[in-house]
Design a protein around this ligand. Sequence first.
Ligand SMILES: Nc1ncnc2c1ncn2[C@@H]1O[C@H](COP(=O)(O)OP(=O)(O)OP(=O)(O)O)[C@@H](O)[C@H]1O
Length: 253
Amino acid sequence: MSLAIQGLTKAYGGLHVVSDVRFEVPKGALVGVIGPNGAGKSTLFSLITGFLAADAGDVAFEGRSLGRASPMERARSGMVRTFQVPREFSHLTVRENLMAAAPGQAGERLIDAFFRFGTVKAQEKEIAAKVEETIAFLRLAKVADVPAGRLSGGQKKLVELGRALMTGARMILLDEPFAGVNPVLIEELSVRIRELNERGIGFLIIEHDLPALNKLVSTLHVMDRGELIASGTPAEVLANPRVRDAYLGGAAA
Ligand SMILES: Nc1ncnc2c1ncn2[C@@H]1O[C@H](COP(=O)(O)OP(=O)(O)OP(=O)(O)O)[C@@H](O)[C@H]1O
């Protein structure tokens, strides 16, 4: 089991935003999380990735309890998230954004760099090669030297995915990857996600675009008012009366 979400709970004042949510994401799986606005999906992602401290519950990744590990420590262990609103550095180019996301750059510590010049050089070369490979894989060559702030919504999502890939993550949590993305790039992003999944990277995806999500995932988990109300294949979940009730008038998303 790759990721085990074990009773995560979070409240603000009296408002239970995430209540005892538990499910597992098998190694290399493609899994979706859906639910109406305000259901607690983004908060759940923040709890899983350590951006928020849970009131109760825990997360285990690849069999290891993460307890109070920071987002950085969780990323180092192989799990990262993207955000609904991409957090790219808008003044940096696409290439620089990818470069900056690489972990463990010895060059970050100048004293280390002074004493281990050869190591730094070798590592920089390795990172530069990975950046170029990621640019090619995501078809971003044409915009590699463009400041990220000038990209379209869809291109920004590709950069965000690229930044996650640069960390070497084996599990990537995507928060609304298709929001504000044109249909052509939605298809492009979906193809890339599928290819990465075939290479063994697991994905947990929050998305309101159910037709696009259902083409990707094998399992859906549904949240409503902080609770997990259904889990199953997309067909099973969407036929579930409780899920239909959760969405206004039974119209999914
Ligand atoms: N820092 C906070 N303080 C108080 N309430 C919060 C805070 N963060 C989130 N909430 C509330 O928690 C609930 C869940 O928010 P969350 O963003 O996790 O939902 P969501 O399912 O991701 O929604 P959406 O689909 O609209 O992005 C909402 O009612 C929100 O107003």
